[in-house]
Design a protein around this ligand. Structure first.
Ligand SMILES: Cc1cc2nc3c(=O)[nH]c(=O)nc-3n(C[C@H](O)[C@H](O)[C@H](O)COP(=O)(O)OP(=O)(O)OC[C@H]3O[C@@H](n4cnc5c(N)ncnc54)[C@H](O)[C@@H]3O)c2cc1C
Ligand code: SF4
Length: 342
C-alpha cells in the first residue's frame, strides 16, 4: 500500500483477510488474525480473550498460531484480564514483542499499569475493539447452563456464526467430540443477544464510557464495517469485513504489512460513524434496576419471558415474521407501512 493514513486524517480502512477459513471463523473480516500473524512472525506473543475450561471468558497469552486461533470470535461478555497483566509486563521487560487486544478500557488499564511500573512499551502493540459494552458474565453462565448438548460437555460458543453469512444472526454451541449445534439468534439462543441490544445486561460503567470516540487509546481499532453493503456492495461477499482505524505510527507500521495477508480498501471515516465512535455510549434503560431485581427474584427463564419476549406470544410473533420473510411478504408489508407513515 502506498501511504497509510490515520483516523485523524478522516480515513478508515475495510479489511478482508485472504484466508477464507480464517474469515469464516472471525467475527468480522479477520483483522485480528492478520495483525497478530505479523507479531507472531516477529517472535512475539498475543494477549486476547478465550474461553477457559469452565467456559468463563478470560484473557490469555498465545505463543503459537494454534493458541492464537482460540482468541478468534467476539465473546459478548466481560473478559477477565487480571491474570495476564503481570505476564504481559514480564514479556515487555524481557524485550519481547506483545500485541494486546481487548476493549479500550482494558488497553488503557494495561498502558497505565506499564506506566506506573516504569516499563517500556515500545514493543507493545495495542488493538482495541469498537465497544458496544460488555454484558454480565452471570447472565451468560445462565445461557450456557440451559444448553444440554445431549450430555456432551460445552467446549466453545460462537455468538456470531457465519453459517448463514455475516449479515445474519446465528449462534453455535460447540460440544466435545466436535459436535456443533446452531441456533438462530434471539429465540433459540435464549434471547441473551436481545438483552444485550436492549442494554439491560451491560455493565453500569459502559453507560458512561469515555472511549466512544475516534480519539482512541490504542495503535489500531477494529470493528465491523457495517454499512459497507450500501456504498461498496461489490466487496461485500457476506463473509465479513473488518473496519480498521489506524491511530498511531506503530499502528501504521502494522497496517503497512497487513497487505501481505489481506485485501485493504480506503474509505472516509465519516462513512462508518457508528454510535460507539460518535461519542454516544450505550444508553441506560429506564427499567434496568427493575430488570435485575426481577431476575434475582424470579430466575433466568421467567426474566427472559418478561424482558426478552421469550414467552408464547413473543415466539409466535417471531416465527410469523420468519415465515413472512421466507415467502417474501414482509418486504411488501414494510413498503406499505412506510407509504402510510409518509
Ligand atoms: C463485547 C464486544 C462488543 C463489541 N461491540 C462492537 C460494536 O459495537 N461495533 C463494532 O463494529 N464492533 C464491535 N465489536 C467488535 C467486533 O465484534 C469484532 O470483534 C471485531 O470487528 C474484530 O473482528 P475480527 O474479525 O478482526 O477478529 P476476531 O477474530 O473475531 O477477533 C476477536 C478479537 O476480539 C477479542 N475479544 C473477543 N471477545 C472479547 C471480550 N469479551 N473482551 C475483550 N476482547 C475480546 C479477541 O481477543 C480477539 O482479539 C465488539 C466486540 C466485543 C467483544
Ligand atoms: S463500553 Fe467502555 S467501559 Fe464498557 S467495556 Fe467497552 S470500553 Fe470498557
Amino acid at each position: 500500500m502506498k501511504e497509510i493514513q490515520k483516523s485523524g486524517d478522516g480515513v478508515a480502512y475495510a479489511l478482508l483477510c485472504n484466508n477464507r477459513k480464517t474469515r469464516l471463523e472471525s467475527s468480522s473480516g479477520g483483522a485480528f488474525t492478520v495483525f497478530s500473524d505479523i507479531i507472531l512472525h516477529k517472535g512475539g506473543v498475543i494477549a486476547g480473550a478465550v474461553f477457559d475450561e469452565k467456559m468463563n471468558v478470560v484473557h490469555k497469552i498465545a505463543k503459537t498460531p494454534d493458541e492464537r486461533d482460540a482468541m478468534r470470535g467476539s465473546k459478548y461478555i466481560q473478559s477477565d484480564a487480571h491474570a495476564v497483566w503481570n505476564e504481559i509486563l514480564d514479556y515487555l521487560e524481557n524485550d519481547s514483542y506483545v500485541m494486546f487486544t481487548g476493549t479500550p478500557c482494558q488497553v488503557d488499564a494495561l498502558k497505565s499499569l506499564a506506566d506506573i511500573k516504569g516499563i517500556r512499551t515500545d514493543k507493545l502493540y495495542t488493538v482495541d475493539l469498537i465497544c458496544h459494552g460488555v454484558p454480565s458474565p452471570k447472565i451468560n453462565r445462565e445461557l450456557f447452563s440451559q444448553l444440554s448438548g445431549n450430555g456432551k460437555k460445552l467446549v466453545g460458543y460462537s455468538y456470531r456464526s457465519k453459517k448463514k453469512g455475516w449479515h445474519a444472526h446465528f449462534e453455535e454451541a460447540k460440544y466435545e467430540g466436535g459436535i456443533k449445534e446452531s441456533r438462530r439468534g434471539r429465540w433459540l439462543a435464549y434471547s441473551n443477544i436481545l438483552l444485550f441490544e436492549k442494554y439491560y445486561t451491560n455493565r453500569q460503567c459502559c453507560c458512561e464510557c469515555p472511549y466512544c470516540d475516534t480519539n482512541r487509546v490504542s495503535d489500531l481499532t477494529i470493528g465491523d464495517a457495517w454499512g459497507i453493503e450500501k456504498f461498496a456492495p461489490e466487496i461485500d461477499d457476506n463473509i465479513g469485513i473488518s473496519l480498521v482505524l489506524v491511530n498511531t505510527e506503530k499502528g501504521a507500521q502494522l497496517m503497512g504489512r497487513a497487505e501481505d495477508g489481506a485485501k485493504i480498501y480506503k474509505f472516509r471515516l465519516d462513512d462508518f460513524m457508528q454510535p460507539r465512535l460518535n461519542k454516544i455510549p450505550c444508553p441506560k434503560p429506564e427499567k434496568k434496576e427493575e430488570f435485575w431485581d426481577y431476575y434475582e427474584r424470579n430466575g433466568y427463564l421467567k426474566m427472559l419471558r418478561k424482558y426478552a419476549g421469550y414467552g408464547m406470544k413473543g415466539r409466535l410473533l417471531y416465527y410469523t415474521k420468519v415465515i413472512l420473510r421466507r415467502i417474501g411478504v414482509s418486504k411488501y408489508l414494510k413498503q406499505i407501512l412506510r407509504g402510510r407513515s409518509q
